[in-house]
Design a protein around this ligand. Structure first.
Ligand SMILES: [Zn+2]
Length: 293
């Protein structure tokens, strides 16, 4: 595939692309309905649209969120190499590292995958996790003149079930949390999270009951508002989706919580909540919490 064919191939894979100004990161509003790319968050462009957009030199954006498309954006090569080294010890992550569509950026690498669990954009150190928005596709030219090039050129987006399938738990515990959410336990201290990830701590016995007796759901929120006189029910904005009005409920009596916007398919306990906030599997959440509470 030559760079010019990539927008078409990506569209054929069921993923939306949008026109971005040449050597720029901003959408080309002059080519978009109402100067906005919003429509392509929920509608695919046609091949005709692409012919029109790309008959002059343009960059293009690949829209995250389509078919669960999610992109790990490594800010620099050093971080990407640390990740590669870590994946060699983790079969699921290694599969992604070896097979996923990957693109070099001006300084780092984009790794494309799909997830069945929606989320909000996240940042952990030098890694951006893009569930929404768009990333420049291969063939685009960064404002500095660097061309985005494919590192793994097969358009394959492996399906992951949680971020801990592809990133070390020791790193995910350091994710920047949304507004209104705090960390009731300190993240495991110590050296470099990548080094800590190479020798993970085992799960202690009796972990689940120890966690539940120590850690309460309300400990995670800075602005819970009571909605019942007996102090049982509370509401706050949901940390799992871009929530404009409080959709997240907490039952402090039974220590369960959930979201009215259907972010979760069943009520969550404190371990489920910690897992979702950090993109961990339940087992990994228990391992980290048991060693922290
Ligand atoms: Zn929600």
């Amino acid at each position: 595939m030559t760079p010019q064919t990539y927008p078409y191939e990506i569209l054929n894979a069921g993923i939306a692309v949008i026109p971005v100004k040449y050597k720029d990161k901003r959408p080309d509003g002059s080519l978009l309905p109402q100067h906005s790319w919003d429509i392509y968050k929920t509608t695919l462009p046609s091949k005709k649209d692409l012919n029109h957009w790309f008959n002059t030199p343009h960059n293009y954006g690949v829209v995250a969120g389509w078919h669960g498309l999610m992109v790990l954006d490594f800010d620099d090569l050093d971080e990407y190499i640390k990740w590669q080294l870590w994946t060699s010890k983790n079969p699921k992550a290694n599969f992604v590292a070896r097979n996923a569509f990957q693109v070099t950026t001006s300084r780092g690498v984009h790794v494309y995958m799909r997830t069945s669990i929606p989320g909000t954009n996240k940042k952990i150190g030098k890694i951006d996790i893009k569930y929404r928005g768009y990333v420049l596709g291969p063939g685009s030219i960064h404002p500095t003149g660097v061309e985005y090039k494919t590192l793994k050129s097969v358009l394959f987006f492996p399906l992951i079930s949680s971020l801990s399938d592809v990133l070390p738990t020791e790193l995910l515990t350091q994710v920047v949390l949304p507004e209104g959410v705090k960390r009731p336990i300190s993240s495991p201290q110590g050296s470099d999270p990548w080094e800590a990830a190479m020798t993970p701590q085992p799960v202690a016995k009796g972990a689940v009951s120890k966690i539940k007796s120590t850690l309460k759901i309300e400990d995670f929120f800075t602005n819970l508002r009571p909605t019942s006189k007996d102090g049982r029910w509370h509401m706050t904005t949901c940390p799992l989706h871009d929530d404009n009005h409080p959709s997240f409920w907490v039952d402090v009596k039974n220590q369960v919580c959930g979201c009215h916007a259907h972010c979760v398919d069943k009520p969550m306990d404190v371990i489920d909540l910690y897992a979702r906030l950090h993109g961990l599997s339940n087992g990994e959440a228990i391992r980290i919490l048991a060693n922290s509470v």
